[in-house]
Ligand binder design. Structure first.
Ligand code: NAD
Length: 354
């Protein structure tokens, strides 16, 4: 964390401590890639309204995309929104310019999944963009900056960004946005039980952001009661036949209905992921794609969903979930999927001699 991000974290985590000496709040520079796209449109609006970093946090927006004309129109719109948080907005087609001194890069710009497209094809389409952007991030972003990978396939692309950003950045500077999977799991449980989604707590997701992900409610509660008492055991029918397939294929179902991949929900999850990462999420556990340290038997070095907490500004994988036999089997399956995606990404890196 650099001083601007550290100050943001401390402002959200100083309850009970002696009141800090008031100092002017430093602006935070946020670069948004794929700025002309669907998800980015919602994200920019949420940032402008203070939902990501707070209404008291000034932001400098750096918008990166491919079409300068559209970027100009977008910048005009941002200006007309009169966002109180936005100090200034600049537009770029070159990541080295867009990421210069950025504290946060939201890596959204990527070719979206089309009907029938697999993760291998998505990686092939997006690898060059993320090699260039990872390299730019490592060279020109602010010290201690954060790159949030939203573009798919998130695990493979996070590995690419992290490798390309060395040696200035390390693995903790790169996370993958997998929180949408947790939101989808919470929504499915809320629908099944008729309870509000906010009453469903402690659901987490493991593994790849793909159809092998493992949404897990074994330690969750609904209105304070253990979730399995409402939903049945993890090895039971509802989990295996309804819940897992519904959550795992939610993205595809939305793609088929809308003719385009999730955008509003992906934006909301991107903003909440970044907010949680930088402000500590009130010390609650939530799902984040981070580099595995070998926890839960997930191969060390791959970017995988885990339950995490932000403690003292650092990401901590929370152990102790998913210990039962059924969960262990699910974790082994998603681990194989993650290893395959990681191997393909590593192959691209070797081709680029990285
Ligand atoms: P979009 O098509 O609306 O916008 C994509 C933007 O990126 C456009 O501005 C486009 O010009 C640019 N772009 C396209 N291909 C590119 C490439 N190869 N390199 C650089 N820029 C490129 O798409 P969207 O709906 O905003 O989705 C963006 C990405 O987010 C996609 O990869 C999508 O699969 C992914 N996504 C992730 C999640 C998640 O949970 N992590 C959820 C939904 C979508």
């Amino acid at each position: 964390m650099n001083t601007a991000l550290r100050a943001l974290y401390l402002r959200h985590n100083s309850a009970g401590a002696a009141a800090p000496t008031p100092t002017p709040v430093q602006p935070i520079t946020v670069a948004v890639t794929g700025a002309n796209g669907s998800i980015a449109g919602y994200v920019i609006s949420l940032i402008g309204s203070g939902k990501m970093l707070g209404e008291d946090q000034p932001v400098r927006l750096r918008l990166l995309s491919r079409d300068q004309n559209k970027l100009d129109g977008l910048a005009d719109e941002v200006e007309d929104c009169l966002y109180k948080t936005v100090l200034d907005t600049t537009t770029h087609t070159d990541p080295y310019e867009a990421f210069k001194d950025a504290d946060i890069v939201l890596g959204i710009g990527a070719s979206p999944r089309k009907k029938g497209m697999g993760r291998q094809q998505m990686l092939a389409s997006n690898v060059h963009t993320f090699i260039e952007q990872g390299t730019a991030f490592g060279q020109v972003a602010a010290d201690g900056a954060q790159f949030v990978v939203v573009g798919n396939p998130t695990s493979g692309l996070a590995h690419i960004v992290s490798e390309c950003a060395k040696p200035r950045m390390d693995a903790d500077n790169v996370t993958a946005m997998h929180l949408l999977d947790q939101f989808r799991a919470q929504a499915a449980i809320a629908k099944k039980t008729g309870k509000p989604a906010q009453a469903v707590e402690g659901v987490v997701v493991f593994g790849n952001h793909s159809n092998t992900m493992y949404p897990y409610y074994g330690c969750a509660t609904i209105e304070g009661q253990p979730a399995p008492s409402y939903l049945g055991s993890l090895a039971g029918n509802w989990n295996q036949k309804v819940f897992l397939p519904t959550v795992r294929t939610r993205g595809t179902a939305i793609l088929e209905k809308r003719g385009g991949s999730s955008s509003q929900s992906a934006a909301q999850a991107t903003v909440q992921h970044t907010r949680g990462l930088l402000t500590g999420n009130n010390c609650e556990t939530f799902t984040m794609g981070v580099r595995s340290n070998g926890a839960y038997g997930i191969q060390e070095g791959v970017w995988s969903s885990f339950p995490v907490k932000i403690v003292g500004g650092k990401i901590q994988i929370i152990e102790g979930h998913a210990q039962d036999e059924f969960s262990q089997k699910m974790l082994r399956e998603t681990n194989e999927d993650l290893k395959a995606e990681h191997a393909q990404a590593s192959q691209y890196l070797r081709q680029h001699r990285l």
